[in-house]
Design a protein around this ligand. Sequence first.
Ligand code: SF4
Length: 216
Amino acid sequence: MRQARRVRAVELLDRLAAQHPDAHIELLYETPLDLLVATILSAQCTDQRVNQVTRELFRLCRTPADYLALGAAELEELIRPTGFFRQKTAAILGACMAIMERFDGRVPESTAELDSLPGVGRKTAAVVASNAFGRREGIAVDTHVGRVSRRLRLTRQSDPDKVERVLMTLYPRERWLEVTDVLIFHGRRVCFARRPRCGDCSVVDDCPSALPVDRR
Ligand code: SF4
């Protein structure tokens, strides 16, 4: 039974990956610190808007010390368009302070160490560890990954940490980053939250949540 679930899950991923061969993280970054900051900014905000904001931000700030020198007031103004700018400013400055104090100014590589930074949650830690350092220690589960996983009945869990644990049992470690990239692409382009485009979905024949034919 468990093996059958894994086989089905891998088949679904293969077919979705074929539909989205260019699936990749859409946040722009050059360094691990850039990606950490961009991922914090992406909460409740589109990647396009984050990329607009970070164009200027990354020109000004290349190191954790640069963010701390910039200070809260100026950082808040720069990131205001991404929303929740006070909380995000506190998270960025808290993380930068901890990186300076505990990691000698270098962004740590492991998901556990990243997760230990103030203002950095499990999802952000997994995004940075997997994309910036090539570590396969977890699967980043955002709103799209969670929704698509539930619609495909890969899981019935709603808590992101529980969804992640299920996905980690279904997929081989070397595909964990691909799971995130492909499911996010599918959620953004086809399996919309409000009105999924089931008629354009490559796995419609194996989706328990597919809309009836006359509503696609
Ligand atoms: S068939 Fe519809 S609900 Fe199912 S994964 Fe595809 S787009 Fe989403």
